[in-house]
Write a protein that binds this ligand. Structure first.
Ligand code: NAD
Ligand code: MG
Length: 385
């Protein structure tokens, strides 16, 4: 019998985290949850520990960990508090695969540890690559860590790339749902409220990525993610709007052939593929209904109404510290929008302004990227129109 795949889920209480546990729950013959982390949601992490009996669980701080009733935890499950334990826990020989599903640049630290330790990394945390794509790529090549994308578009590209050779690749085309404000004018978007932006037409996701989808900053981050993940220049990346979210992206080869991956929108499929690649096994996600009449539309994106896209291409071209700046400014701006401190259309202005006056470094170290991140957060917290 094959050994069970030992999996750590970082951010197990989030949208990707709970979907990952659903995949693991469906394959007890192949997969075992050995560790799980959450920031503050002790109640859900406790419930997950009771069901999966992992070797350990970890919460962001001791105040959150104190909310766990350790008496009800399975006898083999150790409880930890604080990021300082992550290094030892992730590097453990008993860990095969790490699902990186924390939200924001906060996920970089654990993604880096997993890559540095040469693990298989099922990467949902796109912000890691946006901030530090160049050095993560380089480190993965040195340690032999396999970074398999969970982001649905990048999973689709990863799959479509298997149909040809890298040097025959002409272009990759990321699909975007267009979010809830597709077709809206710039001026109409001034009045968008957090409640309106938190409703996504096709995907059910955590709040940060839902707002990013509404501004299309999510696609900007995905352009940068693709640039580093597939080592492809920005001018070979395009974006098309596809409101039905069935075609998850395209790859175009030298001969004009276009290969895509399609499935109903359900993150369990790309999550599972990142865990089982190169194998394919049955998945708890919904299958395509081939008896239903289905329309699949494609539109060019509106770069004027969604200026975030332009920023994505620009940062993918520049590299260096610019990804770290864009990401940090955007995280703070999204937070300030959710607190009603800035308008919806100002989220992208914040990133534009801060990118414009940052001191660019073409080859930063991890530490310099973290400094750039801190600087951009301070600037974005102070930003005023
Ligand atoms: P979420 O908000 O639903 O969950 C985030 C998880 O991270 C939670 O478990 C939370 O406890 C943990 N967390 C939050 N802040 C933390 C911190 N400072 N330190 C440690 N842990 C922290 O987010 P999500 O929608 O699941 O997204 C997770 C990642 O996956 C993001 O990078 C997102 O861009 C990416 N992603 C998500 C989807 C999706 O469908 N939700 C699709 C593609 C990519
Ligand atoms: Mg995506």
């Amino acid at each position: 019998m094959n050994k069970l795949q030992s999996i750590v889920v970082l951010g197990s209480t989030g949208s990707i985290g709970t979907n990952s546990l659903d995949v693991i729950r469906s394959h007890p013959d192949r997969m075992r949850l050995v560790g799980a982390t959450a920031f503050r949601n002790a109640a859900l992490l406790e419930q997950q520990a009771k069901e999966f009996a992992p070797d350990w669980i970890l919460l962001g701080d001791s105040a959150s960990a104190a909310a766990i009733n350790s008496g009800v935890l399975p006898s083999n499950t150790a409880l930890h508090a604080g990021d300082e334990h992550l290094d030892r826990l992730i590097r453990s020989e008993g860990v095969d695969t790490v699902v990186s599903a924390v939200v924001g640049a906060a996920g970089l630290k654990s993604t880096w540890i997993a890559v540095d330790a040469g693990k298989r990394v099922a990467l949902a945390n796109k912000e890691s690559l946006v901030v530090a794509g160049a050095i993560i790529r380089q480190r993965a090549a040195e340690t032999g860590a396999a970074i398999i994308p969970v982001d649905s578009e990048h999973s689709a590209i990863f799959q479509a790339l298997q149909a040809g050779k890298k040097h025959d690749l002409r272009r990759i085309i990321l699909t975007a749902s267009g979010g809830p404000f597709r077709g809206w004018s710039k001026s109409k978007m001034r009045d968008v409220t957090p409640e309106m932006a938190l409703k996504h037409p096709t995907w059910d996701m955590g709040p940060k990525i839902t707002i990013d989808s509404a501004t299309m900053m999510n696609k900007a981050l995905e352009i940068i993610e693709a640039r580093w993940l597939f080592d492809i220049p920005a001018d070979q990346i395009s974006v098309v709007v596809h409101p039905q979210s069935i075609i998850h992206s395209f790859v175009e080869y030298r001969d004009g052939s276009v290969i895509s991956q399609m499935s109903p929108p359900d993150m369990r499929l790309p999550i599972q593929y990142a865990l089982t690649y190169p194998d394919r096994i049955s998945c708890p996600s919904a299958d395509t209904d081939w008896t239903a009449a289905t329309i699949m539309e494609l539109f060019p994106p509106d770069l004027d109404a969604f200026p975030a896209l332009g920023l994505g291409f620009e940062v993918a071209r520049q590299g260096g510290t610019s990804g770290s700046i864009l990401n940090a400014a955007n995280e703070v701006a999204v937070d300030r929008f959710l607190k009603h401190e800035i308008r919806f259309d100002q989220i992208t202005h914040v990133s534009r302004d801060i990118l414009n006056h940052h001191t660019f470094d073409a080859q930063p170290t991890l530490q310099q990227l973290q400094q750039a991140d801190r600087w951009a957060r301070e600037e974005a917290s102070r930003w005023n129109s």
